[in-house]
Write a protein that binds this ligand. Structure first.
Ligand SMILES: CCCCCCCCCC/C=C\CC(=O)SCCNC(=O)CCNC(=O)[C@H](O)C(C)(C)COP(=O)(O)OP(=O)(O)OC[C@H]1O[C@@H](n2cnc3c(N)ncnc32)[C@H](O)[C@@H]1OP(=O)(O)O
Length: 303
């Protein structure tokens, strides 16, 4: 039923863009579903900057995949490899995740990775998305998100895998799992991560509506834990980290695992079917058309 609903029209995307774009913009004029070009970040510059403070045992991972830190296959691969290195380094006990791009923490999954790609490539991409989630959600380190910009969809998922979320108090920013507004469906592990964060009822409403929340609304529902002025976000994250690292590692790690293991085990046991589900869903013609329209509109609203 959900799939049929998503396939029925492209209005999920159209209504999202005409009703509420994250920065309050509106679609202007008509759009062509055909996208001939798309500015890609093909740079070989590192997409993740890691600053390790050896004395504190804390790394700051800065996401730097311009223009909007979208989660492309290359980005995810580099991110997982950087995180794995830190995980294996016993002197690193905490990570602060933040964005090096103005106004955006992460725009979520790179839509270009899901548009016009072969089933094989889509499968490879989805495996990388799963890997990012698994590595973050099961990390032994304390992970704090310093959300210094908008964080829709996959960006919100990434934030929710962290142990604590501090968001810049700027009403122009938004955060949430807005998948249904794009005519796509948040997979079960996105849903469970949100349930584990804000509870069942709030998730039910948030997911069906594909709701994007302002920082104040996100704080109200517990999607983020603290709001601070943007220029204080890293100092606040660093102070918060000190508090978390004062707890004995083994006790905190076992507790974290106890809370998250059922969800992690569920994805681990369903990884391949989850990839197949994603590939068969995303490569369907109506979904491809919707994604094409959405991309075209993202560009159009700037002109
Ligand atoms: C039955 C069950 C089956 C299960 C099937 C599974 C289904 C799939 C589930 C997928 C799960 C998650 C999905 C996602 O994460 S999809 C991504 C959703 N993201 C969004 O909707 C955000 C879109 N972007 C924005 O709203 C804004 O860009 C912004 C982040 C608020 C920033 O605004 P801005 O004004 O600063 O920048 P803007 O001018 O809009 O964008 C700059 C350029 O970046 C391009 N771009 C933006 N977002 C993306 C993106 N996510 N992917 C790729 N490209 C993106 C945008 O087009 C601009 O490009 P250009 O400069 O014009 O070339």
């Amino acid at each position: 039923m959900a799939l049929r609903g998503a396939f029925r029209t492209r209005c999920g995307l159209l209504s999202l863009l005409s009703q509420r774009l994250p920065h309050g913009n509106h679609v202007r004029g008509c759009v062509s579903p055909f996208l001939s070009t798309h500015r890609r970040n093909n740079s070989t510059a590192p997409k993740i900057k890691v600053d390790f403070d050896q004395t504190a045992g804390v790394s700051i991972m800065t996401l730097q995949n311009p223009p909007v830190n979208s989660l492309s296959l290359d980005f995810l691969t580099e991110f997982c490899s950087a995180l794995e290195k830190l995980e294996m380094d016993k002197s690193c006990r905490g990570v602060i995740l933040t964005s090096g791009q103005p106004k955006v923490f992460s725009a979520g999954l790179d839509i270009m990775e899901m548009y016009g790609k072969s089933p094989e490539r889509c499968g490879e991409f989805w495996r990388a998305v799963q890997e990012m989630w698994l590595k973050l959600y099961s990390s032994n380190m304390v992970i704090i998100a310093a959300i210094n910009g908008s964080s829709p969809a996959g960006g919100c998922l990434m934030s929710m895998t962290c142990d604590y979320r501090i968001m810049a108090d700027n009403p122009r920013y938004s955060i949430g799992l807005n998948e249904t507004q794009l005519g796509i469906v948040a997979p079960f592990w996105f849903k469970e991560t949100m349930v584990n964060t804000v509870g069942h009822r709030t998730t039910e409403i948030a997911l069906q509506l594909g709701q994007l929340y302002s920082p104040t609304e996100a704080l109200d529902i517990g999607l983020v834990d603290k709001l601070v002025p943007e220029d204080q976000i890293i100092t606040t994250a660093t102070q918060t980290m000190t508090k978390w690292l004062a707890v004995p590692d083994h006790a905190r790690q076992i507790t974290k695992s106890m809370m998250r293991k059922p969800t992690i085990d569920k994805l681990m046991s369903k990884r391949e079917p989850d990839i197949q589900n994603f590939v068969s869903f995303i490569t369907k013609d109506p979904i491809q058309k919707s994604l094409g329209l959405y991309l075209a509109m993202l560009k159009k609203r700037k002109s």
